[in-house]
Write a protein that binds this ligand. Sequence first.
Ligand code: UDX
Length: 452
Amino acid sequence: MSRRIILLPMPFQGHINPMMQLGSILHSRGFAISIIHTQYNSPDPSKYPHFTFHPIPDGVSEDSQASKGGDILRVLHLINTDCVPLFRDCLGKLLSIHDDIACVITDAIIYSSQAVAENLGVKRIALRTSSVCSFLAFATLPLLREKGFYSDDTLDSRREDPVPELPPLKVKDVLGIKIQNMDVTLKVVCDMVEGTKKASGLIFNTFQDLEGSDLANLHDLFRLPTFPIGPFHKFFSAASSSLLTQDRSSVSWLDTQTTSSVLYVSFGSLAAMDERDLTEVAWGLANSMQPFLWAVRPGLVQGSQWLESLPNGFLEVISERGYIVKWTPQQEVLSHPAVGGFWTHSGWNSILESVCEGVPMICSSCFGDQMVNSRYINDVWKLGIKLEDGFKREEIELAIRKIMLHREGQEIRGKLLCLKEKIDSASSTSLDALSDFISSLKYSGDYSSALV
Ligand code: UDX
């Protein structure tokens, strides 16, 4: 008899994609999949006819500050407080209906779900949707804070200092510096780490050939059954969980461009910039003289509808050389032969998608895991170039030329091809182990009393 797994995604694009992909992977391994999801940023059930869906109110949709986007901390808070009792009720109902439930898999950032699972006697596996290296950095935060790395009065002056516990990270890489609510941010990160430690297992969207040594460090620190079964999109594309409509004209435009000539630019689903940064980005792109495809998400500049914040004269200068859309079918774009480089905000899904297609990266970073990811891309894996100084048109222009035209870009491309071959020929050992592990889990609660 097939066992059932209950999934609870965090309702952000970069978290929904890997959770839905994981659901598809486990479904292909014979598990029945039920999704408990918030109404806010709800996945589209019609794209997954083989899953069952259970919407819960979440407190986010009704909260104007959180639902209009941009206030990530508030959404995280609401999900971990208001939403969790409703998750408990829904999970209790499912436990009373199905006697085949093996476990819940919830996003590591929904740390409150650990206590709910324990209380109902069902095992929880945490899915951490980002890199192991950034998770290890987060796990070290309490120690770094104790050592005075993140006190308000010294933070700015120490931004370039190395963090001896986490080479090659600098102080500015671990949490960023422009943090407005440092205490709240630290609490969320620490609660996530602590909640994860109590889980029965941990899934990462990563792979040994990329993060082998960090996975070993993680194992020493956490001693948890850990399953690095990524990259998930190698099995199932993220296209069906896209919250925005993917503009396919971007692919038609790429069809008209020559091989490896186009820089693809996207800053993901949450990162925001001010008008000054946007101006630097725009002139950096224009001055590089390279063709580019730019996904400018509405809201990239907070409060703007779409392109009205672009500097005067920019669209005329780039003319046919640049193509701008709101949102692309990113995986397809990255696999297009015309794409020769990717300027990314260093979100983990974007990085994995670029690595799998062998596309060298230029890395910016705005918040959370992005600073650690970009430092590793530049200093450890050497798969791209990190922009060290925010958004400065001269630095941008230089990085674009290096990636698209110079030997540096060629060398990175060579390294990526080796990695791509390893990904393509990787065994399914970790996934087999995860399937066996889930099948072995037992429900220790009482089905009849789960419903309260
Ligand atoms: C967020 C955080 O920003 C990131 O740091 C963390 O690692 C995951 O959660 P997000 O900003 O959405 O993620 O970036 P990313 O992780 O790169 O995910 C974006 C997803 O949207 C990717 O799967 C990408 O393929 C997709 N996408 C992006 C599109 O489909 N079209 C686009 O135009 C841009």
